[in-house]
Design a binder for this molecule. Structure first.
Ligand code: ADP
Ligand code: ADP
Length: 229
């Protein structure tokens, strides 16, 4: 499961200032769909609508055919996971941060998620007491390390739908590549919406939508869009 459909979605934060205009697309179960476009085009708005921070003005959003307005907030939150641009971590251990939202997870499950996100050595190898604390008094994590913690958290949660909102844009390019690889592993088998402002940051999307001023102006595969310029 996990097919997302936007059907003729209109949205405005304020009356008289439309942000999304008749947006329709499908992200089939297990596939990766990327949304690219300039800053202000409405890309993040799409992810906010997926979480029902706001409701559509017209049209509808469905998951497996069901209007998301008819789904409880808690099951929507279970179904949809997100790796944001800048991960904010709690001033607590890395384990706590990974387990956040999945308090029933065993240590073994936490470690498996950490391993998939490639921070397992990081958790295990540091000295005790100092080992996994995040925040002012503890360990300073780099942007890439924070993203790995966020990725591990998402792996542990295991949602069928994943939203990656500019998830690598705050990183330097070497780190970006590593995190992209990790994100590709996480997105495998999940319906994934990748939001980015540059086509070049999108690796393996099945379908790419170009959003400009709230409208989908183009769609296609990577090579086709690069060829079209
Ligand atoms: P993108 O992610 O493509 O950069 P956004 O979806 O964040 O674009 O924003 C689209 C437009 O909506 C922008 O013009 C932005 O200023 C406006 N916008 C975003 N959030 C709000 C808000 N909470 N209230 C009013 N306008 C907003
Ligand atoms: P990002 O570009 O990192 O996704 P945001 O989604 O927070 O950042 O904001 C996107 C754009 O929407 C920015 O230009 C921001 O200034 C604008 N914006 C955010 N919140 C509001 C708001 N409440 N009212 C008007 N514009 C907003």
């Amino acid at each position: 499961g996990g097919t997302i459909r936007f059907e003729n979605v209109d949205f405005a934060y304020e009356p008289e200032r439309p942000i999304l205009k008749n947006v329709s697309f499908e992200a089939p179960a297990g596939k990766t769909v990327a949304i690219v476009g300039p800053s202000g085009a409405g890309k993040s708005t799409i992810s906010r609508l997926m979480f029902r921070f706001y409701d559509v003005g017209a049209g509808r959003i469905t998951v497996d055919g069901q209007d998301i307005r008819e789904v409880t907030q808690s099951s929507l939150r279970e179904a949809v996971g997100m790796v944001p641009q800048d991960t904010v971590l709690f001033n607590d251990t890395i384990r706590y941060n990974i387990r956040y939202g999945r308090w029933d997870a065993t240590d073994a499950e936490v470690e498996e998620a950490a391993s998939l996100a490639q921070i397992d050595g990081f958790i295990r190898d540091l000295p005790r007491g100092y080992d996994t604390e995040v925040g002012e008094r503890g360990l300073k994590l780099s942007g890439g390390e924070k993203q790995r913690v966020a990725i591990a958290r998402t792996i542990l949660k295991g949602p069928p739908i994943l939203i990656l909102d500019e998830a690598t844009s705050a990183l330097d390019s070497a780190t970006e590549k590593e995190i992209q690889d990790a994100l590709e592993r996480v997105s495998r088998g999940r319906t994934t919406l990748v939001i980015a402002h540059r086509l070049s940051t999108i690796v393996a999307a099945d379908d790419i939508l170009v959003l400009e001023a709230g409208r989908i102006v183009e769609r296609g595969r990577h090579a086709e869009l690069l060829a079209a310029g």
